[in-house]
Design a protein around this ligand. Sequence first.
Ligand code: GDP
Ligand code: MG
Length: 174
Amino acid sequence: SDSEDHVFKVILLGEHGVGKSSLARIFGGVEDLHDVEEAGNTYDRSVVVDGEEACLLVFDIWEQDNTHWLHNQCMKMGDAYVIVYSVTDKASFEKASELRIQLRRARQSEDIPIILVGNKSDLVRSREVSVEEGRACAVVFDCKFIETSAALHHNVKDLFEGIVRQIRLRKDSK
Ligand code: GDP
Ligand code: MG
């Protein structure tokens, strides 16, 4: 089939400082640039999931200019969404719920894959949001859930593979 079918646009959402850029850079394989505070970036990579190749275009642009216009665009353009909070920051967890609600409003009748991500799982001592709270929130909001640590590279590969699987599941059921 047409190669366009296999390019999936994935948008990262979440409050400042939760680890969106860190996760995106690991995905893009460009961590060496981690000192560069870039305004916005897009990472394009092919991944083989369950024996089949998929191309993901990961957009780390949510905070690029923080305009209403850009945020609206982000809400419209994704084939899948990664909503990130930090397990060390309760306010970022509450913000994640808000973003989920906004997204539902923007894409009313569509069934788009959404993954709620609790990042910074390595920071055990400063944890403010438990795994159970994260999981319960995902159940309420009808989305997938995973905890990651960009610092330890824990579950980052699983996160992006999970997105591909979610997208495929929905395509196959159409
Ligand atoms: P963004 O604002 O959402 O793009 O967040 P960044 O990726 O810029 O990360 C903000 C800060 O948190 C940086 O200092 C990162 O090094 C740090 N950080 C990101 N992910 C993790 C993680 O999983 N564990 C720890 N300990 N620090 C992290
Ligand atoms: Mg960033």
